[in-house]
Design a protein around this ligand. Structure first.
Ligand SMILES: Nc1ncnc2c1ncn2[C@@H]1O[C@H](COP(=O)(O)OP(=O)(O)O)[C@@H](O)[C@H]1O
Ligand SMILES: [Mg+2]
Length: 224
């Protein structure tokens, strides 16, 4: 479960000559274990900032975030790194895969970073590539893939460490509607099978409709 209490994130300097931006301006919300929520709102309203602080990529200026009752707003840099590598899976709009590696090498990378036994990492990457319909692409390099295939590979990579939470920032932003529908369907299936909590930012009402619940943001606040 995720619980956010009065989260505030300020960028830049405050004071008379400062140009401070309240990227988050008192966000409170709860997301249940296994829930799939979509976040929508205009550009600049704080959606990416919210995902970054939920996933330990950035820290709050003020407020609290609990992940399964662990106060992640109190973690130091080492704690945040452990959180990102073991409890959180990230999927981004531009995939963030390593272009010189094959699909399966990309998917295995989080396991290697955590020094997991090679056999276990291999078994898991094979299972995940099958789950996202990419087993036939395992040995391919990235330039041979379509956008939809890249995002399915990125999803498999995000799931390698069996994260409790999957955070996705406009995961269908570069995909056509058919590939988008397929990727979102996979999110839903995987979330339901593993009770993974999924928080997905999207601009598409159609994509958001696949989630269990919609959270709307405006000007650093939750408005619905
Ligand atoms: N690293 C940063 N430094 C300064 N301002 C930032 C930074 N990241 C985001 N912002 C500002 O914070 C606000 C929210 O940004 P963001 O969370 O990226 O919005 P969204 O993802 O909803 O488009 C915007 O005004 C943006 O310009
Ligand atoms: Mg954004």
């Amino acid at each position: 479960m995720i619980r956010v209490e009065n989260a505030t994130k300020l960028y830049g300097r405050t004071g008379p000559d400062g140009a401070a931006v309240h990227a988050l301006n008192g966000v409170s919300l709860q997301i249940a274990e296994g829930e799939f929520v979509a976040i929508m709102g205009p550009s600049g309203c704080g959606k990416s900032t919210l995902l970054h602080v939920l996933g330990g990529l950035d820290v709050l200026t003020d407020g609290e975030i609990y992940l399964d009752e662990e106060p992640i707003h109190r973690l130091d840099e080492a704690g945040l790194t452990r959180l990102r590598r073991t409890k959180i899976g990230f999927v981004f709009q531009f995939f963030n895969l390593l272009p010189t590696l094959t699909v399966e090498e990309n998917v295995r990378m989080p396991g290697l970073l955590q020094n997991r036994p090679a056999k276990e990492v291999e078994r898991r990457s094979t299972e995940l590539l099958a789950a996202v319909g990419m087993e036939h692409r395992a040995r391919h390099r990235l330039h041979q893939l379509s956008g939809g295939e890249m995002q399915r590979a990125a999803l498999a990579r995000a799931l390698l460490m069996e994260p409790r939470v999957l955070l996705a920032d406009e995961p269908t932003g570069n995909l056509d509607s058919e590939a988008s529908a397929k990727v979102v369907q996979l999110f839903r299936e995987i979330g339901e099978r593993h009770r993974t909590t999924i928080v997905m930012v999207t601009h598409s009402r159609e994509v958001a409709a696949s989630a269990h619940r919609l959270i709307e943001m405006r000007d650093g606040k939750v408005v619905g």
